[in-house]
Design a binder for this molecule. Structure first.
Ligand code: NAD
Length: 257
């Protein structure tokens, strides 16, 4: 098992990437703090892990609130005695996020607060816990939109993910000599609730699929496997990367017919 005797905190773990990662990390031997603002969802994932023989604790927290971020780390540390892996994954895609002229200021604030400030707060309280454990791995979920522009704009979302990527790079450098690795995970478009409710017609889905060389949306479970590698000691010399798992989008200029 690749995470034997390790403990992990995963935000946004009630759904999508976070949920798949929580189940996988637990199956690989980690004790997992399942953090989400969806209380029932977090409890459900926790119960799934326990039913499979794993160890987990459900934590209700809003990652954009400093007191919640501090408390989620404290709960994980006190439940399991240490923290080895911090996966700052919670994020939103606001339905009214659009171009620079039309997007409301409230949409901007909400998106930046959760997607960017939430990652910072996770690091603010989580990194000292990793240091107390003698080091560890931080994974911050950015996106391929941190690397490429789209003609279907989501100005606040894109800005938030660019911020996550830049921040992760800096954190990696600052903490490199403390045995704390920090990597940004950059998923491509996934077949999850988040994206499918945004691409709510076949035409919108088709338009997006045309740009993916592999010709399909990714799965949350495929991101979980990438996160497992970044969390485990197999990636011991990997820090500061933009770890792209995107079906080839960022490599493509013209996609196959
Ligand atoms: P999802 O909507 O399935 O899951 C997100 C989870 O985060 C939900 O359980 C939600 O309750 C939780 N959450 C939202 N705001 C929160 C907050 N303030 N505090 C605590 N929890 C909160 O989405 P997903 O597709 O699994 O996305 C996970 C991450 O991956 C996000 O950061 C997203 O931006 C990123 N991402 C997704 C895609 C995609 O195509 N789905 C692509 C690139 C990046």
């Amino acid at each position: 098992m690749r995470l034997q005797d390790k403990t992990a905190l995963i935000t946004g773990a009630a759904s999508g990437i976070g949920r798949e990662t929580a189940l996988l990390f637990a199956a690989e031997g980690a004790s997992v703090a399942v953090v989400d603002r969806d209380r029932e969802g977090a409890a459900r994932v926790c119960a799934e892990i326990e039913a499979a023989g794993g160890v987990a604790v459900a934590v209700h927290a809003d990652v954009s609130v400093a007191a919640d971020a501090e408390a989620m780390v404290a709960v994980a540390e006190s439940a399991f005695g240490r923290l080895d892996v911090l996966f700052n994954n919670a994020g939103i895609m606001h339905p009214d996020d659009g171009d620079a002229e039309q997007t409301d200021e409230s949409v901007w604030h909400q998106t930046i607060d959760i997607n960017l400030k939430g990652v910072w707060l996770g690091c603010r309280y989580g990194i000292p816990a990793l240091r107390r454990a003698g080091g560890g791995s931080v994974i911050n979920t950015a996106s391929f939109v941190a690397l490429m522009g789209a003609a279907t704009p989501q100005i606040a979302y894109t800005a938030s993910k660019g911020g996550v990527l830049a921040m992760s790079r800096e954190l990696a450098v600052v903490h490199a000599r403390e045995n704390i690795r920090v990597n940004a995970l950059c998923p491509g478009p996934l077949h999850t609730e988040m994206l499918m409710s945004y691409l709510d017609t076949e035409e919108k889905k088709e338009r997006r699929l045309r740009h993916i060389p592999m010709g399909r949306f990714g799965l949350a479970s495929e991101q979980a496997k990438a996160a497992l590698w970044l969390a485990s000691d197999d990636s011991s010399f990997t820090t500061g990367t933009e770890f792209v798992v995107d079906g080839g989008i960022t490599a493509a200029y013209v996609t196959p017919e």
